[in-house]
Write a protein that binds this ligand. Structure first.
Ligand SMILES: Cc1cc2nc3c(=O)[nH]c(=O)nc-3n(C[C@H](O)[C@H](O)[C@H](O)COP(=O)(O)OP(=O)(O)OC[C@H]3O[C@@H](n4cnc5c(N)ncnc54)[C@H](O)[C@@H]3O)c2cc1C
Length: 575
């Protein structure tokens, strides 16, 4: 039997991505005792993959830009499903978020006179996306890791959290295990912040890393008594790689089309002419994704189920200068030279716009002491995310949840504990580990991803979603028959078994909400309901299997509403 580590802290943060670290810095700067747990190296979470940039109406390039215009653009792009209060907090607080990063040493690209450079991203009225080359997320993560180290924030980034410890709707810590040696962790805390990312890994093709974004936020929050808002709203990026299988979905940057890349189907047709003859490949992300999807499903795709993205007509030096990462990635993953050969791509699941239900003021979840932040949370993006808004959300709400958790901890007079809750969390791992069932993990994970891709992908309909739910029932039943064993590399199978638990819950939430949203809005395409339905301008809140409620969205303040209009995306990137 492995030893159990018992730790007590004031605030526990789960997740070492940008949102978790920003919250940790806030707490440490306030002198609050904080511990951060993560299931992947702190230098290499999902945040480090972000390429394009981070938004704030700094007006360094376009002096007429304001946070109000940023709010209006965000609400327009959300197809009116974003919470205007959350949008206000992020857009108004964005400049401060950038200032915090500057203080932590973030090397933003600058103009010759020292101003932070800002570039156009899709559907923004003005240039407001700050960046560092095409590795903005990596630099943000480095800056946050360095600042956290200066503050001596305790980080354990090989601990998998399996359960939140809760009694009577009050959270008091979490239970987990070490990914190397299997030893157990019981952490007691006054407040817990979930910064555990989204659920895009439950599709076959995803821009997410392997074994990340497996829907852990959904399961941890739900089992603790939280709720999930708009799980069906998932952004698909048009160009993900098809091969190799274990890297399927890896992004080919939007820059490839921005620089003049051409999309063709297997018949050699430049098919965007059918969908958006004016903007062609520079159309919006959701339209290009839908076009690629339609070509593939109507039988004009390649044998492997893709379309061809071709940059080979561009001068070699342009490719080397403007698309170095794309060139490098294709060489590394496929030994393919993009200066001579087209790239086979297909739509890939990219971003969870829905997530854990949170309050606008402090991102509390309704479970006392439990907060959610970053891609784990919801409310900012509605039915379509404005490129660059995710990174700024991490900075703004990371600070706010840190502040709120500090206040919550300071205000506690008694501390909740429950040995029963701890025993149950331990028993859950015992029951999973060493189970001798006949089912294997990887085939079940694959079956889940296949069903989500087939039945809840870019385009959905009633019959397909219902069939998806039937197949999910089968996977849920087979999951009860899993065999899970220790291996030489540690206890990876145990981690995968919990990933699968989370993913099946995230899949059920997504399928049930997608079924209920009988309309086409933003990223959510229903072939049987092709129009937007005004009566569905609501958030769908999932409280567990078969339990879905509609939540009214507060109205948009008049001064912001007056600024809302469709904005051209021609020539802009939207990562
Ligand atoms: C290729 C790519 C490009 C992007 N480009 C941009 C861009 O240009 N601009 C922009 O705004 N956004 C961009 N995004 C989106 C943005 O990067 C993410 O939404 C954001 O970084 C998420 O940060 P996070 O802190 O919420 O979560 P993450 O960075 O995903 O971190 C989650 C953390 O939680 C941990 N965790 C999860 N479950 C558990 C568990 N059970 N136990 C312990 N730890 C757990 C994980 O290991 C990880 O450390 C991009 C995304 C991708 C994939």
């Amino acid at each position: 039997m492995s030893p159990t580590h018992r730790i007590a802290t004031s605030v526990l943060i789960i997740g070492t991505g940008g949102s978790g670290l920003r919250a940790a810095i806030e707490l440490a700067e306030r002198g609050v005792d904080v511990l951060v747990l993560g299931k992947r190296s702190k230098s290499d979470p999902h945040t480090a993959l972000a390429a394009g940039g981070i938004n704030a109406a700094l007006a360094t390039m376009d002096p007429r830009d304001t946070w109000q215009q940023h709010a209006a653009d965000t609400l327009t792009e959300s197809y009116l499903l974003a919470d205007p209060r959350i949008v206000r907090v992020v857009t108004e607080g964005a400049a401060r978020g950038i200032g915090d990063l500057e203080q932590y040493g973030m090397p933003f690209a600058r103009e010759e006179d020292g101003r932070i450079s800002q570039r156009f991203f899709g559907a923004h009225t003005w240039r407001r996306t700050a960046f560092a080359g095409d590795y903005t997320g990596l630099e943000i993560q480095r800056a946050l890791v360095n600042r956290a180290a200066q503050l001596q924030v305790a980080i354990l980034d090989s601990v998998y959290v399996t359960k939140l410890l809760v009694k009577d709707n009050v959270v008091f810590g979490a239970y987990g295990f070490d990914l190397q040696d299997g030893s157990r962790y019981i952490v007691h805390a006054d407040a817990v912040i979930l910064a555990t990312g989204g659920h895009t890994r439950i599709w076959r093709r995803t821009s997410s890393r392997r074994d990340e974004n497996t829907g852990d936020s959904f399961r941890l929050a739900l089992e603790a008594g939280g709720r999930i808002r708009d799980p069906e709203l998932v952004q698909f990026h048009p160009s993900g790689l098809i091969e190799p299988e274990d890297a399927a979905g890896t992004l080919v940057s939007e820059a490839a089309r921005g620089e003049g890349g051409i999309l063709r189907n297997a018949l050699g047709e430049r098919f965007m002419a059918r969908y958006d003859p004016e903007r062609m490949e520079l159309s919006t992300r959701d339209r290009v994704a839908l076009a690629c999807y339609t070509e593939i499903t109507e039988g004009r795709g390649t044998a492997d189920g893709g379309v061809l993205l071709d940059v080979s007509h561009l001068p070699r030096e342009v490719i080397m200068r403007r698309l170095p990462r794309v060139y490098q990635t294709l060489l590394e993953l496929q030994r393919l030279d993009i200066t001579t050969t087209p790239i086979e791509v297909a739509p890939t699941a990219h971003y969870s716009m829905g997530g854990v239900w949170v309050r606008p003021e402090d991102h509390g979840t309704g479970v006392e002491g439990l907060y959610a932040v970053g891609e784990a949370a919801s409310g900012l993006h509605g039915a379509n995310r404005l490129g660059g808004n995710s990174l700024i959300e991490l900075l703004v709400y990371g600070r706010i949840v840190g502040e709120a958790a500090a206040a919550h901890s300071a205000g506690l007079t008694t501390r909740q504990r429950s040995s029963t809750a701890e025993a149950e969390a331990g028993a859950e791992i015992d029951q999973v580990f060493g189970a001798v069932g006949r089912e294997h993990l990887r085939p079940l994970q694959r079956a889940l991803r296949d069903l989500m891709t087939e039945h809840a992908g870019v385009v959905r309909d009633e019959a397909g979603l219902r069939l998806g739910l039937t197949k999910l029932e089968d996977i849920e039943a087979r999951s009860a028959e899993l065999g899970v064993h220790p291996d030489l590399a540690g206890v990876q199978d145990l981690a995968h078994a919990f990933d699968l638990r989370s993913s099946t819950i995230a899949a059920r939430a997504t399928l049930e909400a997608a079924l209920e949203r009988r309309e086409t809005r933003g990223c959510h395409n229903r072939s049987d309901y092709p129009a937007l339905d005004q009566s569905l301008q609501v958030n769908l809140v999932w409280c567990g299997p078969g339990r879905l409620t509609r939540e009214t969205i507060p109205s948009i303040p008049d001064d912001i509403a007056a600024l809302m209009r469709d904005v051209s995306t021609a020539g802009k990137y939207a990562e």
